[in-house]
Design a binder for this molecule. Structure first.
Ligand SMILES: NC(=O)c1ccc[n+]([C@@H]2O[C@H](COP(=O)([O-])OP(=O)(O)OC[C@H]3O[C@@H](n4cnc5c(N)ncnc54)[C@H](OP(=O)(O)O)[C@@H]3O)[C@@H](O)[C@H]2O)c1
Length: 265
């Protein structure tokens, strides 16, 4: 049985990935802070699919949570897919937002991802098998006021994922930087976004979490020639990024960075 570990699996895109992968016969390890939510999702999945589901409660912005995650990954013999999805947003300018929150964001959206990739890759390389999806955002390409730290953490994930794939060019290991646009989830339900009204963003810009997960997995499982490290789900999002950042036309055209990034010895 293939096995996938998903962080941030208690809601939104992470929970959608869990259901998609359960349908495809993956055993699952689901990680997040809310134990009861994880347990409810695990039970719902086990009621429908003949797979095993383990849950792990961990705050991945803390040292203890990251160590727990590393230990869990190291203990899995057959990790087929690692999805670094846990994340949160803030609303407001950098200088106005509590520094603690900004550091938590860097810990969760950079440090935990780096450490989980470092824990997973030696085993994957030994088996020459496995995939990693790092959930970034179209914000990675759109540095905007009110989004400074969030966009920067997501840009890190794009750069990191592209370079990792270049280093793994001679292996069968696949890396994806998934860059969703506006997605229906609990992301905008936090106190941070209490003044945010989803209706202010045009409806055609929104995607369902399960659509994002389905498109991401289809892109990951596509033939090597059709695959690119950076994956933006939906042509509207791709067009938006291509228009606002002409340099990223290669993303729209599906030109793989594997062909443009060379390993320098
Ligand atoms: N929704 C969007 O419009 C959008 C757009 C682009 C990218 N994204 C990205 O997509 C990813 C998933 O977000 P979502 O939209 O599905 O939002 P969501 O429904 O709020 O899900 C976020 C997940 O991350 C977990 N999480 C948050 N902080 C955590 C921590 N400190 N330790 C462990 N887990 C933590 C949450 O679980 P607990 O609260 O139980 O810990 C939850 O399972 C994020 O990386 C986000 O940046 C979202």
């Amino acid at each position: 049985m293939p096995l996938a570990l998903i962080t941030g699996a208690s809601s939104g895109i992470g929970a959608a990935f869990a259901i998609e992968l359960a349908q495809s016969g993956y055993d699952l390890v689901l990680v997040a802070r809310r134990t009861e939510r994880l347990a409810a999702i695990a039970q719902q999945i086990k009621n429908t699919y003949q797979i095993s589901v383990k849950t792990l409660t961990a705050d991945l912005s803390s040292e203890a949570g990251m160590s727990l995650l590393e230990g869990e990954i190291a203990s899995i013999q057959n990790l087929s897919l690692l999805i670094n999805n846990a994340g949160f947003g803030t609303s407001g300018n950098f200088a106005d937002i509590d520094l603690r929150k900004q550091m938590d964001m860097i810990n969760l959206q950079i440090m935990a991802v780096v450490r989980s990739c470092r824990a997973a890759l030696p085993g994957m390389m030994q088996r020459n098998q496995g995939s990693i999806i790092n959930v970034s955002s179209i914000s990675a390409f759109l540095p905007t006021a009110g989004n400074a730290n969030y966009g920067a953490t997501k840009a890190y994930l794009v750069s990191f994922s592209e370079a990792l794939q270049a280093e793994l060019i001679n292996t069968d290991i696949k890396i994806q930087a998934l860059c969703p646009g506006f997605t229906y989830s609990e992301f905008h339900d936090s106190a941070e976004f209490s003044h945010f009204d989803r209706r202010l963003v045009r409806q055609w810009l929104w995607q369902e979490a399960n659509t994002v997960a389905q498109l991401s997995l289809a892109a990951l499982w596509a033939n090597r020639s059709q695959r690119s490290v950076v994956f933006i789900p939906g042509w509207i999002n791709r067009l938006l990024i291509a228009i606002t950042r002409p340099k990223l036309m290669r993303v729209l055209l599906g030109l793989s960075p594997q062909r443009t990034v060379k390993t320098v010895k």
